[in-house]
Design a protein around this ligand. Structure first.
Ligand code: FPP
Length: 258
């Protein structure tokens, strides 16, 4: 594996070197999905407003992108705003939407430098115009990149995504181009907003919660789940290596026998 400049810096830490030495780089997941939870609690612990936690969470996103690039992981999906997150206080929602715009303006050059391609999943059309524009610019600007694909889940809900897939299948059945008795899991997968993206191998959720919260319900059928008490803004490279080490210790049988 060729080591990037940042990777060399990280390798220069003895602790990181020791941690990485415990991994089989040939058996890393192809796709990591993350539920980035605990920003609010992290901020509260320091007596700060919740948005302070979201801003700190952006640094962890950056670190995960860099780590996945360095480790040659093909896909990283981050649950950035769920379809249910609109139920939060209005100032928190608008703060997160503005934060996206600020972060993208600052990070597009870095994403391109790291050869990262950004894709969106979810009902992006319902986001405020400035947030939509910022993400559209980011997707367009990184479209030709060939390294890590960063999938940003925005106004995403797995049940909602399954409903829109069912709607398109039903429309085809009504039009007579599809026999409803022939619907297969692959046909459903091809209508989801994650179509073309391999299922996640590893799903990480931070902050001590052990549930999927409407994230990738169809795609995560055989995904290894990893839950940690670490709050998202504290989740860094070493924590990722711990998750990868646990992943590599698991036996994946996909419903078959070992
Ligand atoms: C969950 O923590 C976090 C979110 C709903 C927002 C996550 C968004 C970011 C970290 C920004 C990502 C940036 C880009 C550019 C994609 P929480 O608020 O639910 O925490 P709590 O459970 O402690 O309240």
């Amino acid at each position: 594996m060729n080591l990037s400049h940042t990777q060399r810096d990280w390798f220069n830490s003895r602790h990181a070197r020791e941690a990485l030495a415990t991994l089989d780089v040939a058996a890393l997941p192809q796709h990591i999905a993350i539920i980035m939870d605990g920003n609010g609690r992290w901020a509260k612990k320091q007596g700060k407003p919740r948005l302070f936690g979201h801003k700190a969470g952006v640094a962890s996103v950056r670190e995960m992108i860099g780590s996945c690039v360095e480790l040659h992981i093909a896909y990283l999906t981050i649950y950035s705003f769920s379809a249910e997150n609109w139920n939060r206080p209005q100032d928190e929602v608008s703060g997160i939407m503005k934060l996206f715009v600020e972060v993208l303006a600052r990070e597009i050059a870095n994403l391109n430098r790291q050869n990262v391609r950004v894709k969106l999943i979810g009902k992006v059309d319902d986001l405020p115009q400035c947030t939509r524009d910022a993400f559209a610019e980011c997707v367009q600007s990184t479209a030709a990149n060939t390294g890590l694909t960063l999938v940003v889940a925005l106004n995403y809900g797995a049940r909602q995504d399954l409903c829109q897939a069912a709607t398109t299948l039903a429309a085809d059945a009504v039009a007579g181009t599809l026999d409803s008795a022939d619907i297969t899991p692959e046909m459903i997968a091809s209508r989801l907003s994650t179509a073309g993206i391999p299922d996640p191998d590893l799903l990480i959720r931070t902050s001590g919660e052990s549930r999927l919260s409407n994230f990738l319900l169809f795609e995560a059928a055989y995904t290894e789940l990893y839950f940690t008490d670490i709050l998202w803004p504290d989740f860094g490279r070493d924590a990722l290596v711990d998750a990868l080490r646990e992943y590599q210790g698991r036996e994946r049988r996909f419903g078959g026998l070992s």
